[in-house]
Every structure is written in C-alpha cells, then in structure tokens.
Ligand binder design. Structure first.
Ligand code: BTN
Length: 283
C-alpha cells in the first residue's frame, strides 16, 4: 500500500497534481450537488465528518472530500482501504423530504451515477453488482456507504459516501483478487477531479428524478442495463433460508427480482439479505 500520495504513474500525477478544493470547485458544474466543499488532506472518514457537518447545519449538497482516510468505513462494519494520492473518497450530504424507508434507494441512485461518472471520465463501461458495488471487468472499483439520521420518523439527513479506486496501488490481501482500479482497467491516467465532478453531475440528475417519482422508475431501465447479475444465477443468503435463482433486474423500489426454479419471482430487499453470484464477482 502506498505510504504517500506520490505512487501514481507519472502521467496520472500530472493530470491530477491539483486535486483539492480549488480544482473541485472549478470542475463541478452542478446546481446544488457539491456546491459547498469541505476538503481535507486527511480525515478519519468523510462519512463521519459529513455527519458532523450535517449536525452543525451544513446545507444539502455539501461535499466532504479527502485525499486520504485513516479510518475509512465500508459496509457491514468493514474498513475501507484509503491510501493518499490515488483514490477518490467523498461524501455528499442530503436532506430529503421523504420517508426514511425510501432512503435505501439513494445508494442505488449513487451507484448508477458512479457508472455514468466513470464512463464520462475515462470511457470504461462499469457495471453494478446489486445493490451498489460498482465493478469493471468483474472487479470492484467502487463502494458506497449510505447512512441516515432519523428523528421522530423523519429524515434529518442522509450521507452518501463514495470510495473509488482510481490509481495503481496494492490492495489488502483479502480483496486483492476481487478489487481493481480505474487506471489498471483503462491502462491510462484518470483525473480524480474530473471523476468527482462527473459523478456529482450524474447524481444530481438521477436524484432529482428519484425525488420527483419517489421511486426508481425513471432510472430503473438504465440501472438494469448496468446490472452485472442480470440473467445470472445468484444465491440469496436469506436468514430464513438460502435459495438460488436467476436475477431478472430491479423493480422501482430497488428490490432484486429473483426468478426461482418454479418460475415464481421473489422480490429481494437489500437490507434483509445478501446476494452472492455463485461464481463471485464475475457472475
Ligand atoms: C463498501 O463497503 O463497499 C462501501 C465502502 C464505502 C467507502 C467510502 S470512502 C468515502 C466514504 N467514507 C467512508 O468512511 N466510507 C465511504
């Protein structure tokens, strides 16, 4: 794992030497997503900091970004490897006016935005492993961690945290065979600044559609086109009993439609179960 922020290819370094608040401000071209930027050379976690900012009254659309994280957090209590100088770590603060049950869909909205941002930045066609791992050539390049604060049945804020592996690096042994980074996949330099700006631009449009419909109906087809599980056999790790079926895409609530052997369709909710492609990420 790099010790400093310098271990990127020479070209990438040149593309990205200015990664930071000013470069992000100049590149972000949105109405509200990323309009206010809190940038740090190093943070424990952009999600933790975003929650503090939201508690302190930060506006919707405030972006917390860092060059490195010392305690990057992943889903299911895991850590997120966050070396300096190579990757993207950011969290967007949202203050939606809908019921807390809807908030889980924000993660899927963000996953789709990440695929759009990646394509626009470096031309790679990324896919989504339901619900929200972004993969390129079968390997995970991005993780998303969405957290929410609720009071008396109302959302106070949601923080949507995104980590994208961009530059060449060594991964921790436990993920070395399933993780990759954009520069390895596209075999060239990738600008972190442009990537953040492009993800935010895509997110803003998709999120506005989601808030209008209060469902994923406006982006469902596009999401399903990116879904790497689609048409593949998946194993559903339901605490009530594991089963296998063929993934058919998501519905407008973001549930995965799994066709069982008898032809029936089960709607799988991400919060309740976990889905494994029976052949790993390359399902
Ligand atoms: C996953 O486990 O797949 C989710 C990983 C999310 C990592 C990002 S990096 C930016 C933000 N800050 C964190 O501490 N975590 C998220």
């Amino acid at each position: 794992m790099p010790e400093t922020g310098d271990k990127v290819s020479g070209k990438a370094e040149a593309v990205d030497a200015m990664f930071g608040r000013e470069a992000l401000e100049a590149a972000i071209n949105t109405n509200w997503a990323g309009k206010y930027i809190c940038y740090f050379k190093e943070l424990d976690s952009t999600n933790l900091r975003a929650k503090q900012e939201a508690e302190g009254g930060a506006a919707e659309g405030t972006l917390v970004a860092a060059d490195a994280q010392t305690a990057g957090r992943g889903r299911r209590g895991r850590s997120w490897s966050s070396p300096a100088g190579v990757n993207v770590y950011f969290t967007l603060i949202l203050k939606p006016d809908f019921r807390p049950e809807k908030a889980a869909m924000i993660t899927l909205v963000m996953a789709l935005a990440v695929t759009g941002g990646i394509f626009r930045t470096c031309g790679l066609e990324a896919g989504i492993k339901w619900p929200n791992d972004v993969v390129v050539n079968g390997r995970k390049v991005c993780g998303i961690l969405t957290e929410m604060s609720v009071e008396q049945g109302r959302i106070r804020y949601v923080v949507a945290g995104v980590g994208v592996n961009v530059g060449l690096q060594e991964f921790p042994p436990e993920i070395a065979s399933t993780a990759s980074c954009l520069e390895a996949e596209c075999k060239g330099p990738v600008s972190r600044t442009a990537l953040v700006a492009n993800i935010l631009k895509a997110f803003e449009g998709y999120y506005e559609s989601f808030c209008r419909e209060l469902s994923l109906s406006g982006i469902r087809e596009q999401y399903n086109r990116c879904l790497v599980n689609r048409g593949r056999v998946v194993r559903v790790l339901d605490p009530k009993g594991e089963y296998q079926g063929t993934a058919r895409g998501i519905n407008e609530r973001g549930e995965l439609l799994v066709e069982r052997e008898d032809g029936s369709i089960t709607e799988v909710y991400a919060g309740e179960v976990s889905v494994r492609g029976i052949y790993g990420y390359t399902v």
